[in-house]
Write a new protein. Structure first.
Length: 201
């Protein structure tokens, strides 16, 4: 009798475990796909307020390759990430960046950005005169529309970009200023990412 009871217990345990596995598989099957950007670029139209403040403070912008700055538009190459199409959560990583140099030669580097759609923030590595400070949240992001996927492209348009408190405090401290504050208007960003390799003829 004890043996039969033990066998029944084992069968019940196996049945429960099987049900859990089937449930997990069903959830996985129904989950929305994850797109994985591997290339593309994010462009930022820098605001008049930001560029005007840099000029008034005698701070010159520059680039860290392969980042580019043409006129009032800064652009950065996408090199990875992942976005769940069901929740629209995830991140997009970039290479390259910007530099800010004052009239005393002090240079702040901001580079290798990660856009978090989950937290609506852009983080980046920061250096001061070549010394690494670390990765900090640089810009708050306010999307005006959901990401869209069409064919091989993922697009995120007209994202409002503003300075975080961490970035404002860091810039004020490095350049001995009080001009930067949380919410300072940086510009408007547009993301265009390739999510799979193009079939070549």
């Amino acid at each position: 009798m004890k043996s039969i009871a033990k066998n029944n217990t084992k069968i019940a345990s196996l049945t429960i475990a099987t049900l859990f596995m089937l449930t997990a598989l069903a959830v996985s099957a129904d989950a929305a796909p994850t797109v994985r950007p591997f290339s593309g670029k994010t462009s930022v139209e820098l605001s008049d307020d930001f560029l005007g403040a840099l000029g008034a403070l005698s701070i010159a912008p520059g680039t860290i390759r392969p980042g580019m700055l043409r006129g009032t538009v800064a652009s950065f190459r996408i090199n990875g990430g992942g976005i769940d199409l069901g929740t629209l959560m995830g991140e997009i990583s970039h290479v390259g960046g910007l530099t800010l140099t004052d009239e005393n030669g002090t240079t702040v580097g901001l580079f290798n950005f990660t856009v978090s759609l989950t937290d609506s923030v852009l983080t980046g590595l920061v250096t001061v005169n070549g010394d690494l400070v670390g990765r900090i949240p640089l810009f708050n992001l306010e999307p005006t529309a959901d990401p869209k996927v069409k064919g091989i492209f993922l697009r995120l348009s007209d994202v409002l970009v503003t300075l975080t408190m961490d970035a404002a405090d860091a810039l004020n401290a490095v350049f001995d200023l009080t001009a930067f504050e949380e919410g300072f208007d940086i510009g408007v960003a547009n993301v265009k990412a390739l999510t799979r390799y193009r079939q070549l003829n």
